[in-house]
Write a protein of this length. Structure first.
Length: 731
């Protein structure tokens, strides 16, 4: 069965309906709504227990759940790792209350070290709120019960001035993206200040203001750690899902591309300019690829791309996709393998962490981490609802406040535009604080840092035109409903790979049952490659280039070897990763002759068929005698039409370096039976093939390569020469 691809939809995506939807949270038996409101009022006391207030727009919750504010009260503990989060045994029934939250985890960015990635160690704790009481208030009643206090922020300013941040943007573009370290990177700066006369009631007032004025948030949240956590408070309105899991269904929600509303308000014309901006289009496509890597890691059957959609908020709008799949992993494993989205790190994530450590002078704290509400449905199956911790104020017990924001830097970025993006992203929380956001700063023009303390009378909601109560939409609420906007979103979908858009794609097997070994060179695009190869019938295994098992695995392997992509300069002799990949490529091309790192005993197998992708392709080209050059303009995240062995293809590139081949070299290679697909004007090699080898500079597994599965299928058939079965293989 083949389903029709989803058409673009307006804001607030709807995920596939799970087999058994959880019931709405409700007050425990014997507790009235009035009791609950009284309890909410008592949470301002100095000895208040750890608690959380959550307004969730999770489409998998029952109807009406988005019109409630949940109150979670419990005990706070600190654990070292995600595996240490205490959960009931799998399948343990939740009891008579239906779906219940067991814990709320506060996951700091430093936990990404659990994936072996580099990170600045700042000691931010991984807290777990073990839920003892869970009740819900109608949204209007919660707003009425929350305190209304004056809010005054002293000395509010970004820690890094606009011009300094702009200089950082330039360095990242020139020293990282142009040098092939990755396709995009998120570098943050912090808006800091002190709340005068701070008390927990002030934090609750900020939460109330965000409920009233910030539409479009996935979660609006306040988490108070109580005395056990030093009185720390996180209050914010995050637009973005980190990951959801319900009855084995997994959802991720990459959001990228920021339309900053102009001073006069958003218009369809301005929005259409944004939707057709190549920088914004590429930015979203790149994060979809990066999160598909994660989905293919946690999902049993890869993932499906839904959208694109428009996420409208009070001062800006984002473009987004939704990724859906299924998993059999434990909730904590899913959280671990999805740390953290490319929208807050970059791509590839592993190298993005190194870039972040180089360009951010301090640790990130909870910024770009996640909240994770883990529970069980009425059948005892694990559930996860987790937003990314962005657009959030981190407040200590003294009232010192930090709002951390970052811009996504891509090859089309301008320093001025990324400075403006940080102002726009901070504006939602800053307005709740009463901080005036300079119009010229959001528009991308130089602005003075706002340092004027901004006090507001009790009850006011600053800077929210038209926001008169819960659910108010403000300007631009109907942008996504305009047919021209729908058409622009649909046009984006039309140039993505159908393989990733269908729920039940059917492809013809290329090598049923044959083995494939994929060598990961620090870029988990290999997870997508592996999924694609499995869909073609190959038994596929992935090992990292530095895995101690790799030499032995190669010695025993008698099938296709895929040399995967990776960041960096392929000719950097001082990079151990590049040196090892070069030796490995030479070893494989030599047909089993011993090479550095491989003993004679490990090298006795015959020459294996080779497929090189991006960096793997560059390694093959270099060993065949082709020079490698850095491109003047990086092709990181570029979708371009090129000729591939006589056919015009629309493909996705993620390279800053390329092999080049002139006519003389092409003729010499042809005498050896090697065909080169190259740009006639520049000599850049897009693909090559010969006896037992195929190299592809572009990424056939990317959503940007429209017919990627067909390209790989033909390559596998040529390399493996399988017996044709004619039977379809299902993803």
């Amino acid at each position: 069965m083949t389903t029709t691809p989803d058409s673009p939809q307006p804001s607030h995506p709807t995920a596939p309906t799970p087999p058994a939807a959880p019931t709405a949270p409700a007050a425990p038996a014997g507790r009235t709504a009035e009791d609950a409101r009284a309890l909410l009022a008592r949470l301002t006391a100095e000895d208040a227990p750890p608690f959380a207030l959550l307004h969730r727009r999770n489409p998998e919750l029952p109807p009406g759940a988005a019109d409630r504010v949940e109150v979670l009260i419990g005990e706070l503990t600190e654990v070292d790792s995600l595996a240490g989060i205490p959960l009931p045994a799998a399948g343990e029934a939740p009891g008579t209350g239906g779906a219940v939250p067991d814990v709320l985890a506060l996951v700091p960015f430093r936990q990404i070290r659990e994936r072996g990635f580099e990170v600045r160690e700042d000691g931010t704790p991984l807290y777990v709120l073990r839920v003892r009481e869970h009740l819900a208030l109608p949204l209007a009643e919660a707003v009425a019960a929350l305190p209304v206090e004056p809010v005054e922020l002293a000395d509010g300013a970004f820690d890094i001035p606009d011009d300094t941040y702009a200089a950082t943007v330039r360095r990242v573009l020139e020293e990282e993206i142009a040098q092939g370290e990755g396709a995009n990177f998120v570098v943050r700066r912090d808006f800091t200040g002190t709340l005068r006369g701070y008390s927990p009631a002030v934090a609750l007032t900020l939460f109330r203001r965000l409920l009233l004025q910030e539409r479009g948030a996935y979660w609006t949240h306040l988490v108070h750690t109580g005395r056990a956590g030093g009185g720390r408070v996180l209050v914010g309105a995050s637009p973005e899902v980190h990951v959801r899991m319900t009855a084995g269904a997994v959802t991720m929600n990459p959001i990228s591309g920021t339309y900053r509303y102009p001073a006069g308000g958003p218009t369809v014309e301005h929005l259409l300019e944004f939707l057709h901006d190549p920088k914004e289009i590429d930015e979203l496509s790149m994060v979809v690829d990066e999160e598909l890597k994660m989905m293919c890691t946690v999902g049993d059957l890869g993932g499906r791309v839904v959208g694109p959609r428009l996420r409208e908020m009070s001062r800006l709008a984002h473009t987004e996709y939704e990724l859906v799949g299924r998993t059999t992993l434990d909730a904590r494993e899913v959280l671990r393998e999805t740390m953290f989205a490319a929208t807050v790190t970059g791509s590839p994530v592993e190298n993005a962490c190194r870039v972040i450590a180089r360009h951010e002078p301090t640790g990130r704290g909870y910024y770009a981490g996640a909240l994770a509400l883990i529970g069980r449905d009425e059948h005892g199956r694990q559930t996860v609802d987790s937003p990314i911790l962005i657009r959030t104020a981190d407040i200590d017990a003294s009232g010192r406040l930090t709002v951390k924001v970052g811009a996504t830097l891509v090859r089309h970025s301008t320093p001025e535009g990324e400075v403006a993006e940080t102002w726009a992203k901070a504006s939602g929380v800053l307005r709740a604080l009463g901080v005036p956001v300079p119009t010229e700063a959001v528009a991308g023009r130089p602005a003075a840092q706002p340092r004027v303390p901004a006090a507001r009378a009790a009850g006011s909601v600053p800077g929210a035109p038209g926001a008169t109560g819960p659910g108010a939409t403000g300007p631009g609420a109907a942008l996504a409903a305009d047919p021209r906007v729908a058409a622009a979103l649909a046009a984006r979908r039309e140039v993505l790979a159908p393989f990733w858009l269908r729920d039940d794609a059917t492809v013809r097997p290329a090598a049923v049952g044959q083995p494939a070994l994929v060598v990961d060179c620090a870029d988990t695009f290999t997870a997508m490659l592996a999924h694609l190869l499995r869909s073609l019938g190959l038994r596929t295994r992935v090992l990292r280039f530095d895995d101690r098992r790799l030499p032995g695995a190669l010695a025993e392997h008698d099938g296709l070897v895929v040399l995967g992509p990776g960041p960096g300069d392929p000719e950097d002799a001082d990079d151990p990763r590049m040196a090892r990949m070069r030796r490995l490529t030479r070893h494989l091309l030599a047909g089993g002759l011993p090479a550095g790192g491989f003993t004679a005993a490990e090298s006795r197998a015959r020459r294996r068929p080779l497929l090189g992708v991006c960096l793997g392709h560059e390694m093959l080209a270099a060993e065949l005698g082709l020079p490698l050059r850095r491109r003047r303009t990086p092709h990181q995240g570029a979708q371009l039409p090129v000729e591939v062995f006589g056919e015009r293809q629309l493909v996705g590139f993620y390279n800053s370096f390329t092999a080049v081949c002139d006519e003389e070299r092409a003729q010499r290679l042809a005498l050896r039976g090697i065909e080169v697909s190259r740009d006639a004007a520049t000599g850049e090699v897009h693909a090559l093939r010969g006896p037992g080898l195929v190299g592809l500079q572009f990424h056939p597994e990317s959503v940007l390569t429209v017919h990627g599965v067909d390209i790989v299928s033909r390559a596998v058939r040529e390399l493996c020469e399988p017996a044709a079965t004619g039977a379809p293989a299902r993803r």
